[in-house]
Ligand binder design. Structure first.
Ligand code: GLA
Length: 695
């Protein structure tokens, strides 16, 4: 029974972990426990009694409240802050009841009510038993007859066990250099990570991992989580003056307001979190397994694709694409994707966005002949779109200049010559659904790369139906609505989220997309680190990675392929310029990739030697049944004479015997994992070794 109940005290158990909370003396749900699952229900601690306190803090201030609202003497980060119609700005919540429901994913709902106002807050907890994850969210309902203004409505406050200093691992970066891992010991006060960009952002990601400073890739306690939201978000990791550590996560309250009308309920996005004793690697694998269950196309293997962007940029046309398609098909590519440049008026980046029909000059017969040719060559066809955007030089903007996000009295800042359509507006949503539905209905398209190439500015919404600051949330809900409607109507389409690379990668996107474009930076050595950061929260099946000619000096073709074979392999280069020998090498590597693809896309990933801190890096994937594995190793640049670090394999069946390509011996999994492999590579070299269980 994953949810144990006794007298308003709940224990949420997953296979290996547990989370407990209960109603304390102050009438509020308090956090009690988060860690390893304990053998007996009686093992879990009682609700702590508040100890001594001073007049400068107050008893309530010391409570580990599950979902603190701003009320009374409280000075730490609350989850909820609102203003009532009469101007009263605090929210005194009291426990009002709870329900537990069983089923595939058991749920606990704890309802709190304001002591003096007709407002209820329901805390949701979902137990993902097999995945060792707890999902949390909140629903705020206005039961009165006057509007309430929400100013902060977070998803959860995650309390870490009391005692000890915690280290926060987080991701930071920028366009072209996303996914950099940083680990820092939290100090008293608040460490904030956030996005104010209307997307998840390249600069930070709503993922966190906390440890007590001693965890490594494969050992040590780690508490970790994500927020399933694709717009402005905020994470506040706080160490209080009494040494308690907690992580609040949810919608960003910066410039946020939401008018909650009588009878309405506001539901926050979900935060999903877990605990492991097996280090950052296990934390990632836990998220990977869960993410794979959320993918719209489940465990269907993702195709090897060709993409036109790094090959010809905007210069696509029927003849050139057909010529390239021939070569792609010969190499074994399964999906041919035409990137930017194909639609009405698009020759460079200053025109056309919004007008999603084929450019009459480049494609005088439309794109059906190209699609037919691609299909005849045995490949599927995919297309690039940027639905949320409009160029001022477009039919759409000339017809509807008021449809963009803007302040009427201010100049509209263009970035990449484009403005953002206000997807909070119902008319904009309808327009996009209608236009794109027709495009997908009339063409045999099985893949869409959905891009989003700028961040917000002048976040105004003239004539907004509610508070104009609702834009931050209504925009994202609009994106979800348009996208999911199209996804439901066209289930054959595999969707990829892109935002100038990795600007919108998050668990909110997983309701529509199967795949992400991780970074515009495809230089293979940079990519090793970028992919490692991405793998902290997302599995390889979602990570499209392309072989291009970015970077000088150019690394060997096998090195570039090997890097991309660690995710969903793609090629984006002008194949008409490839020598016959390169095409042959490419074909061989694509064939190899197809053989190992199930292990990479569906197996367990082990980051054996981290790329962001070493110039010799190794990553291993192991099939779920441990029968097959594949090892990738790369030497970037280590000055000679060099001692190459040994590679310790992971995840093998200890007692089974395995053969490794390139080694004569057959040894037990235990032996291979303990001995450490010597993989001699020269600078700029890489290798892929298959590992096979032979009994
Ligand atoms: C963004 C994407 C690229 C490419 C271009 C097209 O930068 O990240 O992969 O699609 O847009 O304009």
């Amino acid at each position: 029974m994953p949810i144990l109940v006794r007298d308003n005290y709940w224990i949420l158990e997953t296979e290996h972990t547990a989370y407990a909370c209960g109603v304390g003396a102050q009438g509020l749900p308090e956090h009690v426990y988060w860690g390893a699952r304990l053998p007996f229900a009686g093992d879990y601690p009682a609700i702590a009694q508040t100890g001594d306190w001073a007049s400068f803090s107050g008893a309530a201030h010391m409570l580990p409240a599950e979902y603190p609202a701003y009320a009374g003497p409280s000075y730490t980060e609350p989850c909820l802050k609102l203003t009532n119609a009469d101007g009263v700005r605090d929210t005194v919540l009291r426990f009002a009841g709870a329900t537990v429901s069983d089923g595939a994913t058991p749920e606990l709902r704890v309802t709190l009510r304001d002591a003096d106002y007709p407002l209820t807050v329901t805390l949701g907890y979902r137990v993902h038993e097999a995945h060792d994850l707890i999902e949390r969210w909140a629903e705020i309902a206005n039961m009165g007859d006057a509007p309430v203004t929400l100013e902060r409505a977070w998803s959860a406050l995650w309390h870490l066990p009391w005692g000890g200093e915690y280290r926060l691992s987080h991701l930071f970066g920028r366009w072209f250099e996303e996914w950099q891992i940083r680990r820092e010991v939290l100090q008293p006060g608040v460490k904030v990570k956030e996005s104010r960009r209307i997307t998840t952002s390249h600069t930070a990601n709503p993922w966190f991992a906390l440890d007590r400073g001693a965890a490594g890739e494969e050992q040590g306690e780690v508490w970790f989580g994500v927020l399933a939201w694709s717009g402005n978000w905020k994470l506040a990791a706080e160490v209080t003056e009494y040494g308690a550590t907690r992580v609040g996560i949810g919608l960003n309250d910066w410039d946020f307001a939401w008018r909650l009308n009588p009878g309405e309920t506001f539901t926050t996005p979900a935060s999903i979190a877990g605990y492991t004793v097996d280090g950052f690697g296990a934390a990632s694998r836990t998220l990977h397994d869960y993410a794979r269950t959320r993918l719209p196309h489940g465990k269907t293997l993702h195709p090897v694709l060709y993409n036109s962007w790094e090959a010809v940029f905007f210069d696509v046309n029927e003849a050139s694409q057909m010529a390239v398609a021939e070569r792609a098909a010969q190499m074994g590519v399964e999906l041919f994707v035409m990137d930017d440049g194909w639609f009405h008026g698009r020759t460079v980046d200053n025109a056309g966005l919004g007008d999603w029909w084929p450019d009459e000059v480049k494609f005088p017969n439309g794109i059906k002949p190209l699609i037919a040719r691609v299909n005849a060559l045995g490949m599927d066809f995919g297309l690039w779109l940027e639905p949320e955007m409009v160029n001022p030089d477009s039919e759409l903007y000339r017809a509807h200049p008021d449809w963009v996000i803007h302040f009427p009295t201010r100049a509209r800042s263009e970035m990449r010559n484009q403005l953002i359509l206000n997807l909070g507006r119902a008319d904009v949503q309808e327009y996009l659904i209608d236009l794109l539905d027709r495009l997908l209905g009339e063409h045999n398209i099985t893949f869409i790369k959905w891009d989003m190439n700028r961040n917000v500015s002048e976040p105004g919404w003239p004539d907004a139906p509610g508070d104009a600051r609702e834009l931050w949330v209504r925009y994202v809900e609009g994106v979800y609505h348009v996208w999911s409607t199209l996804a439901q109507r066209h289930p054959q389409v595999l969707w990829q989220s892109c935002s100038g690379g990795g600007g919108r990668v998050d668990y909110g996107m997983l309701r529509m997309v199967d795949q992400f474009w991780v970074s515009d930076n495809t230089e293979a050595t940079a990519r090793l680190g970028i992919q490692e950061g991405f793998s902290q929260l997302m599995p390889a099946i979602t990570m499209e990675s392309q072989v291009t000619h970015m970077g000088r000096p150019l690394l060997s073709l096998p090195f570039r392929f090997h890097v991309s074979m660690m995710g969903v392999l793609g090629i984006s280069d002008d194949l008409l310029k490839w020598a016959e020998s390169d095409l042959a090498t490419g074909a061989e590597l694509i064939a190899l990739y197809k053989e190992i693809r199930p292990i990479v896309q569906l197996g367990d990933q082990y980051r054996l030697l981290p790329a962001q801190s070493q110039d010799f890096t190794a990553v291993q994937y192991v099939s779920k049944d441990k029968a097959e594995s594949v090892l990738f190793a790369f030497r970037v640049h280590i000055p000679e004479p060099a001692r190459i670090p040994p590679v310790f394999l992971r995840g093998l069946d200890r007692d089974a015997r395995y053969a490794i390509e390139g080694f004569d011996e057959v040894r037990s999994g235990q032996a291979w994992m303990n001995l450490g492999l010597r993989i001699d590579l020269k600078n700029g070299e890489s290798t892929v070794r298959r590992i096979t269980k032979i009994g």
